[in-house]
Each structure stands twice: as structure tokens, then as C-alpha cells.
Ligand binder design. Sequence first.
Ligand SMILES: Nc1ncnc2c1ncn2[C@@H]1O[C@H](COP(=O)(O)OP(=O)(O)OP(=O)(O)O)[C@@H](O)[C@H]1O
Length: 237
Amino acid sequence: MQTYYDKTSTTSNKPWVIKVEDVAVTFGDYNALKNISFTLDQGEYLYIVGPNGSGKTTLIRLLTGLQNPTTGVYKIENASVGYLPQKLNSKKAFPITVEEVIYSGLKKQKFVIEKEAQGKINTWLEKMQIAHLMNKPIGVLSGGQQQRVFLIRALISEPEVLILDEPTSALDPKFRNYFNHFIDELHKQGTTIIYVTHDLHDVNQPEKKVMFIDQEIKFYGSISEYHNFIKEGEIHV
Ligand SMILES: Nc1ncnc2c1ncn2[C@@H]1O[C@H](COP(=O)(O)OP(=O)(O)OP(=O)(O)O)[C@@H](O)[C@H]1O
């Protein structure tokens, strides 16, 4: 198999925000990740793809500080991070409302939700087309509705780096399009985006990068190089 991976140094002149150096993560005797090295510059848009069980979520958990590397080093430089996890799993009886979930995403919280925060929450609920759900317990919402709530939670503090783990898996096609355009707009405004997905069919913006992992990084490059890589048929996504 041809080696496509060449991303040990940055190509843009922007400062880096994330550096991963020769990281491995093992669970017992299983190597979920090995030899992972890459640098992400400020304002980049990176898709992470790979088959089921290939280590995507493990890598994302590493980038958000939820998973320690077994060996190697992970560094994040002066940047606030918003994270939308893949598994939301809010129990039906979980006694917390949509509004409270979103409020918990703000950096500073008080005992009572203050007026300014309330205004922000209302604006975001309107943007995500779920204003009518504000006072509902989170656990009674559908999967797609919960995904929108947790997306607002990740965004409300206006993070410099946004990490999304399969964010559209529960969204209907119309809202999925709206959502992807919305993330593109954030990117244009300077947010660094890391986006785990199984579907890159509609992506054609040349400035976006793709990392294909299967325990190791098998490919890292532009979206058009990635489409050629896939055409050669050496991997299954
Ligand atoms: N805490 C853990 N303990 C043991 N094994 C784990 C743990 N977390 C992940 N794994 C294993 O590591 C491998 C990678 O899992 P991971 O969730 O990162 O895959 P993924 O690429 O995100 O998969 P998917 O596309 O199905 O979401 C899997 O074989 C998984 O069973």
C-alpha cells in the first residue's frame, strides 16, 4: 500500500493549536491507536474518517483531555475547546431541562440563570430551531433534538476549537444541510474545526483536510487527494 501520510509538520503560516507527537493508546493488550503524529493549525478544518472501531472516538477523547495517551505527547496551545460527544444517552428520568444543559456549557455559572445568559440561550435555541423545547427534560427529547441541544452547549462559549464526533448521525437530511453550512460559517469566522464523520460525499471545499485512521494514520491530505485515495480502492470506509 502506498504511503499517503505526510503531516509531521504544518504547511500554513498560522500558529498551531494542537500538536500530537507519536501517541499510542492501549486498552489492556489492544492497541486502539499507535504512531499518531500530526499538527493542526489555527483555523484549519479537519475531517477524521475510518471504519468502525478504528480509533476515531479514542483520538477525539485524547484531544479533549478525556483520554490520556499511553505513550507520546498531546499539546493544545492557548485555545478554548467546545466538544460535541458521539454518545449522548440522556436517561428519560434525568432531572435536568434543555435550558439547564445548555447553561452548563457556559464558562461561568450562577445559582440562577442570569438575564444575559438567558438571552444567549434563547438566541441559540432559535438558531437551532428548538425554542419550543427549552423547558423540557433533556431525556424525553429525540436523538436528533438532543444532538442539537448538546451542539448549542458546545457552542455557547464561542470556543476557538470545535470538536464534533459524528454530529449529524441523528439529524434529518434538511437539518443536516443547515447544520453543515452553519459549521462552515463558523469556520469562515476563524473557528478551528475537527469533525468525525462516515460521510464525505458532499464535501468538496479544497481547503478542508482529511485524516483517515485505522489504529494508525493511513492518509492525511486534502479532500481531492482523499477522493483519489478512495478511488484506488485500498480501503473500506
Ligand atoms: N475504554 C475502553 N476500554 C477498552 N476498549 C476500548 C475502550 N475505548 C475504546 N475501546 C476499543 O478501542 C477501539 C476503538 O474504539 P473507538 O470508539 O475509538 O472507535 P471509532 O473509530 O470511534 O468507532 P465507530 O466508528 O464505531 O464510532 C474499539 O475496538 C473499542 O472497542
